[in-house]
Design a protein around this ligand. Sequence first.
Ligand SMILES: [Zn+2]
Length: 465
Amino acid sequence: MAQRVFVLGLDCLEPSLVFEQFREHLPHFRRLMHQGSWGPLRSVHPPITVPAWACAASGYDAGQLGLYGFRNRSDTSYRGLSLALAHQVTRPRLWEHLDRAGLRSLVLGVPPLFPVPRLAHGAAVGCFLTPEGENVRWCEPPQFGQELARVLGSPWMFDVAPFRTENRQELLKRIHRMTRLHFDAACHLAQSPHWDLIFLVHMGPDRLHHAFWQFFDPHHPQYPGADNPLREAVPEYYRFLDQQLGRLLKALPSDVLLLVVSDHGACPLEGGIAVNQWLMERGYLVLRRRPDQPTAWGEVEVDWSRTVAWSEGGYYARVFLNLQGREPQGVVPPGEYEAWRDRLAAEMEALPGPDGEPIPTAVFRPEELFRECRGVAPDLICYWGNLRYRSVGTVGGPLYWPGNDTGPDGANHHWDGVFVSSRPLEQGPGQVQGLQLIDLGPSLLAHFGLPVPEDAAGEAAWRWA
Ligand SMILES: [Zn+2]
């Protein structure tokens, strides 16, 4: 019988803070790192919560899943994007394989997990994308959630919305409350009988970084100075998280393999680049009426007959070409498609930062990154300034934004997440290099003695000693 596994997903947990900067204040992380293996965990393309956890849990890359972000084009019309739903992860995730093998999984909040799937042997609770409302079916089977809420003495918290808010003290309290609640649940479930896998994703660190990074990092362009009362929010939260980890370590039966992982890390957000504004200024995007003030992308009227390309805001820029034969009013002839991609990629990579300084922007064609491109893939994938700048969809405003157009934001995602295993990998105890998030699902399948799908992009690369 394979050792039972608890995957504790701490969304956006930043390795440089856990492994270096705050390390001496995190005794439980240190203990776990000392007894097991740890290292940076390379995220996927794109390093965003959706699809990153779905890639981790399935072993398939974002192109194979056809999930390029929280929201995706559902067809080649101009109708815009729709929110990722659980059943759009068309390849089985870890718990589905286990379920078929008669093993029992408890899956909590691994995005996207709404609508909440039904497992024959296990139970599931929806992710942070679960809508609010009395009649929302937020867990399967419903008794599992009712029992959980009864034990916790509190309704489940999916998120701390709104997290892009100026009311930061209140937000900080909500993040701490959600973290405590999720660890209460983790401790309770860890001691419950009859499970083989617990996979819980907690959004606390992600919300914390977006709201508070600028207050503790003197290198952040919006650092308000050392006397700001919020300067302790990030270090204090990491200490709090370490205490919660200590509680879980106490509650976990000794035979359980614990993995603490994050789907990506975080870095200071230097600003935003208004990608549609840039396309417009270059003449590649034409609006019927140019707005004279910042206007959301969804509210403008595009002259598609004269538009070559458009994009979407977000952690990275997804650029779509208006291709003849694909989009309803496509203008780019198929024979010029590659030339247009080359030209746009070169021009985006050459765009300097707000002070004219070069920034290391990287632009990819999806077929360079993914084994296949299902659904409607972006034609170009652009990481402005290697993720130090985000993509702003708003038009009619400046090209360079001090931050995000959707509310206050101090951090962007970064390439490496955290990996800590309570049991050493075969490379030996201590620090391990070269680990990849996409190998999580395949590695755990192999751990449970189940076959790894042959066409998966990930491999059973993590082998425990
Ligand atoms: Zn995330």
